[in-house]
Design a protein around this ligand. Structure first.
Ligand code: NAI
Length: 248
C-alpha cells in the first residue's frame, strides 16, 4: 500500500480525501493545525519551523503528497500567502528526498485563480520573492484578490515544478474546485460575494461535495493518471466554461 501525505486533512476536502485513501487500502498521513479525524500530525503550516519538524517525523518512501490545506480571502493577507502558497512550496521542497521515484503530487487550487490579473511573467517574479516581499507586493490587494493571487501563484509554481521534479519522474498536477460545501463556503460568500457563489451553482444546480473534489485528487495521485502531468483539472460543475463560451 502507498503512503500519502495529506495537508488540511481534518476538514472538508482534505478529510474526504483522507477517508478515500484509507478506503482504497492505502495509508494516509494527515497534517493539520486542528486535531480530529484525519489529523495524524498537528502542524501549523504558517510556521516554517513546524513544517521542518513535521517532515523530520515522516519516514520514506512516500508515494504521494496532497497539498489541500488553504484559507479563504477572509483571513489576514499574510496568512493567505503563508498557507496557500508558501507552505505548499516549503513542504514539497522538504519532502522531496522522501518522495519515491514516480511519486505524485496534487495541489488544490481554485477556479478563482482564473480571475487573477497577473501575467505569467509577474507570477514568476513574485515566486522569486521572500515572504515579506510578497506580502508587501500585496499591500493594495484585498483578501479576495490576495486569495486569487495565491492560487494563481500555486498553479504557476506547480507548472514550473513539472520540470524541477522530472529527475525523479515525480508528477505534479493541480485540481481547481468551484464552490464546495465545506465549513469555509460561508467565508467565500463573504469575500467573493453571495451572487458569484450562487452563480457557480446554476449550471450544475448545486455546489460541489468534498468527496467529488477528493475523488479527482485521488485519481491524479493514482497510477490511473500515470501519464497526466503538469496540468490543472477544473472540478466545478462546469462553472469555468462560462468564461470561455457564450453566457446564458
Ligand atoms: P476546510 O476549512 O474545510 O479545510 C481546510 C483545512 O486546512 C482545515 O482542516 C484547516 O484546519 C486546515 N488549515 C488551514 N490553515 C492551516 C494551517 N495554518 N496549518 C495547518 N492546517 C491548516 O476547507 P476546504 O473547503 O476543504 O478547503 C480545502 C482547499 O480547497 C483549500 O485550499 C481551499 O482554498 C480550496 N478550495 C475550496 C473551495 C470551497 O468552496 N470550499 C473552493 C475552491 C478551492
Amino acid at each position: 500500500s502507498r503512503r500519502i501525505v495529506i495537508t488540511g486533512a481534518a476538514s472538508g476536502i482534505g478529510l474526504a480525501l483522507y477517508r478515500q485513501v484509507k478506503a482504497a487500502g492505502d495509508i494516509p498521513i494527515g497534517l493539520d493545525r486542528q486535531q480530529g479525524e484525519g489529523c495524524d500530525l498537528v502542524c501549523d503550516l504558517t510556521d516554517a519551523a513546524a513544517i521542518a519538524a513535521t517532515v523530520e517525523k515522516l519516514d520514506a518512501p512516500l508515494a504521494g503528497l496532497a497539498l489541500v490545506a488553504g484559507v479563504p480571502g477572509t483571513a489576514p493577507i499574510a496568512t493567505i500567502l503563508a498557507v496557500n502558497i508558501h507552505a505548499p512550496r516549503l513542504l514539497t521542497e522538504a519532502l522531496l528526498p522522501k518522495l519515491r521515484k514516480g511519486a505524485a503530487i496534487v495541489a488544490v487550487s481554485s477556479i478563482t485563480a482564473l480571475r487573477c490579473d497577473a501575467s505569467a511573467e509577474e507570477l514568476d517574479r513574485m515566486l522569486s520573492f521572500a515572504p515579506d516581499q510578497l506580502a508587501a507586493a500585496c499591500q493594495n490587494r484585498d483578501g479576495k484578490a490576495a486569495y486569487e493571487l495565491s492560487k494563481a501563484l500555486l498553479n504557476r509554481w506547480a507548472t514550473l515544478q513539472t520540470f524541477e521534479l522530472s529527475d525523479k519522474h515525480i508528477r505534479i498536477n493541480t485540481v481547481s474546485p468551484g464552490p464546495v460545501e465545506t465549513p469555509i463556503l460561508a467565508d467565500f460568500e463573504a469575500s467573493i460575494g453571495t451572487e458569484k457563489i450562487a452563480a457557480a451553482a446554476r449550471i450544475a444546480g448545486r455546489h460541489g461535495r468534498p468527496d467529488e473534489i477528493a475523488a479527482s485528487v485521488a485519481f491524479l495521485l493514482s497510477d490511473a493518471a500515470s501519464w497526466v502531468n503538469g496540468t490543472d483539472l477544473k472540478v466545478d460543475g462546469g462553472y469555468h466554461a462560462k468564461r470561455l463560451g457564450p453566457v446564458r
